[in-house]
Design a protein. Structure first.
Length: 423
């Protein structure tokens, strides 16, 4: 069996991190999101895949190449634009000559989930098999209506009152090649895109079998919103097999699952409580506290007296002494001046809201920090309020409290009035 992986999306809801990279290359647990997915695909015995690309396609192709370094055979096909999942799947018509695995490229899932779907399809031999997962907010997903284990309808983002179940389309399918005929018959949705769920619905209308396989939400995650990156990172680090190839100075303490890559240095007085990943050539400490679920990229410097927790720090970033970073994602080549503090908890203890795709969205998390695009620089003693986004290449001046999102290429300075008086 071959796989088709849909990795063409722009990831607008993950801005500003996707302004400079496709979302499929955002690192979680020390590896790009798509690499984790391909590892799960390969683990079930599928080692050939066609990746459908569009947004920053060259970046994805450059990173994964022909797949040989990942033990796979990878090919690519470009989608002409954002035209929907059915249009993207249809590009595999000449590639897939028999039943094939179709997976959305922005999922974080275990091999067991994919194995469940593949085995169920091979046993039942329906026209299509799709994974479904229980979700808290059916109105945010495509929801299936079932007759026992068979799909009899798919409703796109129904209101809570009209949702027949809480089982969402999980973006993992095994499809027969008949799907390509259905794709040709599929009309554009109200968004102007052709959706694979509409193609599958044509099977249902013809009374062909569409099998639903319920999977655990603990083993499946749709990474669509900024805070989902933190959850994917948590899961990736929890599954990590730690290695220690770096330099650990006397007086440094590594507790639990801590992975230190080649040429990385952990200085004396550092206390690292895993799971934590430290990338190649990074320099940690001295005298800093790295708490669980922190991923640190390549050639990162964490200075003296810093504290970090539950965060992703991308390559080439510098976090200067006496800074605090919690529940945050820091982009590539950022520089946080000494004493930079990221607030990750509201004074009233309420859940933290963020602006996502121009809408205010409740993260339903009481702990959430900031999301900094690549190249952000802060002066000394900069303070960020919870749930803030800062666009790429912006500068935040010293002693400034950031209460609102900052666009890309902005320069914020605090205007200070100083009065001098005689004693």
């Amino acid at each position: 069996m071959k796989a088709v992986v849909l990795a063409a999306g722009e990831g607008i809801r993950l801005r500003p991190l996707t302004s400079t990279r496709p979302k499929h290359l955002i690192p979680v647990g020390g590896k790009p999101l798509l690499e984790h997915l391909l590892s799960s695909v390969k683990a079930v015995g599928v080692d050939e895949a066609l990746i459908v690309v569009y947004y920053m396609a060259d970046r994805i192709q450059q990173f994964f190449g022909d797949g040989s370094k990942f033990g796979m055979k990878l090919e690519y096909v470009p989608q002409a634009g954002v035209r929907g999942t059915a249009d993207a799947t249809g590009l595999a018509k000449d590639y897939a000559k028999e039943d094939f695995l179709l997976v959305y490229g922005d999922l974080f899932t275990t091999p067991d989930v994919i194995k469940q779907v593949v085995r169920s399809h091979e046993k039942e031999k329906p026209a299509a098999t799709m994974a479904v997962a229980p979700v808290k907010h059916p109105e945010q997903y495509g929801i299936v209506k079932l007759d026992e284990s068979h799909v009899i309808d798919i409703l796109e983002k129904p209101s809570p009152a009209k949702a027949p179940t809480n089982l969402a389309n999980a973006g993992i399918y095994v499809l027969s090649t008949e799907i390509f005929e259905k794709i040709e018959q599929t009309r554009p949705s109200s968004r102007g895109e052709r959706e694979i769920t509409d193609s599958i619905r044509l099977f249902i209308q013809e009374k062909q079998s569409v099998l639903a396989v319920q999977v655990s939400s603990e083993e499946w995650l749709d990474v669509g919103r900024p805070w989902d990156l933190l959850e994917a990172n948590r899961r990736a680090l929890s599954q990590m097999e730690p290695t220690n190839n770096g330099q650990i100075e006397d007086g440094a303490h590594l507790i639990g699952l801590v992975s230190v890559a080649e040429r990385a240095r952990v200085r004396s007085g550092a206390y690292i409580q895993g799971p934590v990943f430290i990338g190649e050539d990074s320099d940690i400490g001295p005298n800093c506290f790295i708490r669980p679920y922190t991923s640190i990229g390549k050639n990162v410097k964490i200075g003296n007296g810093c504290e970090m927790k539950n965060s992703i720090v991308m390559d080439e970033t510098r976090i200067r002494h006496l800074s605090y970073v919690g529940d945050s994602v820091i982009g590539r080549d950022c520089n946080l001046g000494a004493g930079s503090i990221i607030a990750n908890y509201r004074l009233d203890g309420k859940t933290i809201k963020m602006t996502v795709k121009d809408e205010i969205v409740d993260s339903e998390r009481t702990k959430l920090g900031v999301f900094l695009g690549d190249g952000v620089k802060t002066g000394i003693n900069t303070l960020f309020m919870p749930g803030i986004k800062v666009g790429q290449d912006s500068w935040i001046g010293p002693n400034l409290v950031v209460y609102h999102d900052v666009p890309s290429n902005a320069f914020l300075l605090l205007k200070q009035k100083v009065e001098e008086h005689e004693r």
